[in-house]
Design a protein around this ligand. Structure first.
Ligand code: HEC
Length: 212
């Protein structure tokens, strides 16, 4: 909310509509930052996306759910010697979250001087290995969720794929799973096509309040 925690809680406390909603959710109308966090986390846990073309292909055996380009893209995504994307954006035998839930340094946000603009996970843990590391985001619905990366610097999926193909930006903390990979023009567009197959159904309640 672009302000300190205390200010945010006080602002909501001053709003009778929010007081009533906190009363009904928590049994108390005292608005604290912990309750705000609980409310946001509960809401976020309802934002599930599923039943995408990828799910139909991978888990329901619908061989025609993906186009030939998307099938090639999926193979590149999984191939450790090609995209190696699934090393972090996990695809399991029975379901796929497209994240390992871990923090990695992809080099995104590093300038030509190899300096990190944002220290990332290090700010919380103070562990050297976490310098410039960010949590692997899921890739579900990624085609409709640009711009990309923690700083929104990469505007399109093609920009992201080109970034990875270049081996990320070099810096002393770069994750060892990020390396320059030989991806032809067709490989790159196949990967982008594959990422589009991850757009699935999401609950209608997801969106700004008052939206439809
Ligand atoms: C070493 C782990 C790792 C590997 C390998 C990896 N990624 Fe990522 N990916 C990440 C992390 C961490 C982020 C978030 C970086 C940030 O916010 O700066 C990310 C972000 C992304 C995003 C942006 C998502 C968003 O919502 O902003 C896309 C798209 C993506 N990766 C696709 C790929 C593709 C395609 C490949 C393979 C060519 C790949 N990733 C390989 C860890 C990885």
């Amino acid at each position: 909310m672009s302000q300190a925690h205390q200010g945010a809680a006080a602002k909501l406390q001053g709003d009778s509509e929010y007081r009533a909603m906190f009363q009904s959710a928590f049994g108390r109308d005292t608005i604290t930052i912990e309750r705000i966090e609980n409310a946001l986390a509960s809401f976020e846990r309802t934002i599930l996306s599923g039943n995408s073309a990828f799910d139909e292909y991978e888990y329901q055996g619908h061989r025609d759910a993906l186009s030939p380009a998307q099938i090639r893209g999926l193979a590149l995504f999984k191939d450790p010697l090609k995209g190696n994307c699934a090393a972090c954006h996990t695809i399991g035998p029975h379901y796929a979250l497209f994240t390992d839930g871990e923090f990695h340094n992809t080099g995104e946000g590093v300038g030509d001087d190899e300096q990190l603009a944002d220290l990332g996970r290090f700010q919380v843990t103070k562990i050297d290995a976490d310098m410039g590391a960010f949590k692997t985001p899921t890739l579900r619905n990624v085609a409709v969720n640009g711009p990309y990366m923690h700083d929104g610097k990469l505007k399109t999926l093609k920009d992201v794929v080109d970034f990875y193909a270049g081996g990320g930006n070099s810096n002393p903390h770069l994750d060892k799973r990020i390396s320059r990979v030989a991806l032809s023009g067709r490989d790159r567009s196949d990967l982008v096509e594959f990422l589009k197959s991850l757009t699935g159904e999401i609950p209608s309640s997801v969106g700004p309040p008052g939206g439809d």
